[in-house]
Design a binder for this molecule. Structure first.
Ligand code: UDP
Length: 195
């Protein structure tokens, strides 16, 4: 995958379509991939916190989510093809999943928000099976139970909607154990989808 380096963070230069193609191969591989949607806030978080920087370094794919990241790549003389916004990538993955019969697990946000997001996504993408739904308000002591539940559900896609500071380190720490091929932090996306 062609990448451009922004303050030490390797951001993919692929356009949306090629990004989804890469992630289709990730699903086929069955091996865990963490997808980080890089915006300036996340890059700042990585510069300020070792856990966030490690997640960035170990991520299988970082896409240019923010206009600021697209701008920086251009400014540093190694531009990306286009902006690949996390919210759009979620939708494009659901579209591809619709053709290929994937399943998705939604983890994060408040209980009524994630339930409503799941029900709307199910209506919009009826051929994608919603393998599980879990709100994002849990502590360390619940990690094991949550991970076991996701493993059992065996989704192709896992969307994690928590705050930017915690979602990426959490995914990085548990991705091997979780074992889902495409794991992506989506921040406030469930709030947007649920309306
Ligand atoms: N969230 C969560 N658990 C938490 C904190 C936040 O599930 O412990 C959810 C929150 O409900 C929202 C999403 O994470 O759906 C993004 O939260 P917020 O906008 O506060 O984070 P930011 O994206 O601003 O970092």
């Amino acid at each position: 995958i062609p990448v451009t380096s922004i303050l030490g963070v390797e951001v993919s230069k692929l356009d949306m379509r090629s990004t989804v193609d890469v992630l289709e191969r990730a699903v086929a591989s069955g091996k865990p991939h963490q997808i980080i949607t890089a915006n300036p806030i996340m890059i700042m978080a990585a510069l300020e916190s070792e856990d966030n920087m490690r997640a960035m370094r170990e991520a299988e794919l970082i896409v240019p989510d923010g206009a600021g990241v697209v701008w920086a790549a251009e400014e540093f003389g190694d531009p990306v093809a286009e902006r690949v916004a996390g919210f759009d990538l979620l939708q494009e993955l659901m579209k591809r999943g619709e053709q290929l019969g994937w399943s998705a697990y939604l983890l994060g946000a408040a209980e009524e928000v994630v339930q409503e997001a799941a029900s709307r996504l199910q209506k919009q993408y009826p051929k994608v099976r919603i393998a599980g739904v879990r709100n994002g308000y849990f502590g360390e002591s619940e990690n094991a139970e949550i991970i076991a539940n996701i493993r059992e559900a065996k989704p192709d896609l896992l969307f994690v909607a928590r705050d930017a500071k915690t979602q990426e380190p959490w995914i990085a720490r548990y991705k091997e154990e979780i074992g889902v091929p495409v794991i992506m932090g989506v921040g406030g996306s469930f709030d947007v989808i649920s309306g």
